[in-house]
Design a protein around this ligand. Sequence first.
Ligand code: SF4
Length: 262
Amino acid sequence: MNSPHLFSFGGGVQSTAALVLAATGRIDYRSFVFANVGDDSENPGTLAYVRDVAIPYAESSGLELTTLQRKRRDGTIETLLERVERSKRSIPIPVRMSNGAPGNRQCTFDFKIRPIAQELKRRGATKDNPWTVGLGISVDEIHRARTNSGIAWELLAYPLLDLKLNRHDCLALIRDAGLPQPPKSSCWFCPFHDTRTWQEMRANQPGLFEKSAALEESINEKRGRLGRDRVFFSGRCKPLREAIKETGQIEMEGCDGGYCFT
Ligand code: SF4
């Protein structure tokens, strides 16, 4: 690769496989950056995996794995949950409107894409000297790959697609490196979760499920005061506690999520 480059580390299966590939010299990335949407917003399991597994593994392999967070103009950190709770009118996450269509997902741009674009600039990327950002997308999710980043100083690359690796290949790479399987990486309250993911959360992480249901409720209370219709976190277009029935323990599928840019 000719241009300077780094890898956008999402904290899930595909990104971790890319980290293993870099550690074993199979792809040419030395720097990985993890855009953390907030310690109060990201799946706690992902934060623990990045802290306890991925960062130590990167360090022991001579790789850089840095965490970035969105900063306000005054330099303080803003988390996505803070923004959702503070928002009075617009909702910055892709809630389901009453017709089932997802609302805007400004969150991905503001909390994942922009912090990485700013980091590229900080490292010296310009329009005339763009940097390449590697993304962890495997062949089974090729539909998520974009050719244009929309950012003048950023090019995109897909090393897992170049190597024709699918999710199972990624899991095998992680296992062979002696690392545990990463959990799903996404905000715990993401309205892009499918029904299975919500069911898993309700069964295995009831506290997080309750927090999600309470957040959905508080958004709708605010909307009610403004005379607006209800929105939902589930594609079933019912309040979470009604849409997702209680079940017993459910085995996690270990899906990488990858709802965003990760
Ligand atoms: S995981 Fe969902 S809520 Fe979180 S940044 Fe991505 S689209 Fe937004």
